[in-house]
Design a binder for this molecule. Structure first.
Ligand code: ZN
Length: 255
């Protein structure tokens, strides 16, 4: 069965700003979805903030293997029950790809446990994205680096926990560096943060960026494995697999 992907977008800049609307006439979500379809992912749907339950009902999330998240100016308008629902799905194994300004989304900050703040500058700088883990599935098909001619700068320090795997590091024309491709594992779920993608640049139309996002979807797909009762919030006492002798009579309940 084809991987089921949901691309979530705040979808405000494109409707409120003519310049952004020219870069993404159908919205950032549609540009990303198009790129995924071009890379052979057939079951791709989209969801946006200003729809009932932000388009992320329990039914939609239960039918999503990997969720992609783009947000910027309306992070606080995302309802806490929806954030809770996404969080539980990630712990249960749904993949999550957080793009660009999604670093400050409620869901990413909750999953990281830190502020996720960073340095930034809008100055049309060249960005060179180095592959620092060439054997990683998310780097498949790329060269040693790729370049985006004009981008918003994100710089260190990026206040995240140490990534479990670091795939990309960006260099910017103005001298800053940034951990721009970071993998995290939370519960059964895999999370990938990918930096490129400011709304005024045609970055999601680029082939290299589309390749990375498609690779990340395949990497973040749920892995079949044993289910654990802690996912339902229960603390689970378990019987021993081998018989245990009673070492201190009266001290434990075993035996
Ligand atoms: Zn931005």
């Amino acid at each position: 069965m084809s991987l089921r992907v949901t691309v979530w977008n705040e979808y405000r800049h494109e409707r409120e700003n003519d310049y952004v609307a020219r870069v993404y006439p159908q919205g950032i979500h549609q540009a990303i979805a198009q790129g995924l379809r071009a890379h052979g992912l057939r079951a791709v749907r989209t969801a946006t903030l200003d729809t009932p339950e932000h388009g992320l009902s329990q039914e939609v999330l239960d039918g999503t293997d990997v969720l992609i998240w783009w947000g910027h100016k309306a992070h606080t308008e995302v309802g806490d029950p929806v954030v809770e629902r996404v969080h539980q799905r990630v712990l249960a194994g749904m993949g999550l790809i957080v793009l660009h300004s999604g670093h400050h989304s409620k869901i990413f900050r909750r999953l990281m446990g830190t502020t996720c703040s960073l340095r930034w500058r809008e100055a049309d700088e060249k960005e060179r994205i180095w592959v620092v883990m060439p054997g990683h599935p998310i780097a498949q098909g790329l060269g040693p680096y790729f370049e985006i001619p004009e981008a918003e700068m994100y710089g260190e320090h990026f206040d995240i926990p140490q990534p479990d795997e670091l795939v990309f590091v960006s260099w910017f024309e103005g001298g800053n560096v940034f951990r721009s491709g970071c993998c995290f594992y939370r519960g059964h779920g895999k999370i990938f943060y990918f930096r490129p993608g400011h709304e005024t640049y045609p970055i999601y139309h680029r082939e290299d960026v589309r390749q990375v996002i498609a690779n990340a979807v395949r990497w973040a797909a749920p892995t079949p494995g044993p289910a654990f009762p802690y996912l339902q919030g229960a603390i689970h006492e378990t019987d021993p697999l081998e018989p245990l002798p009673e070492k201190h009579p009266g001290r434990t309940r075993v035996g």
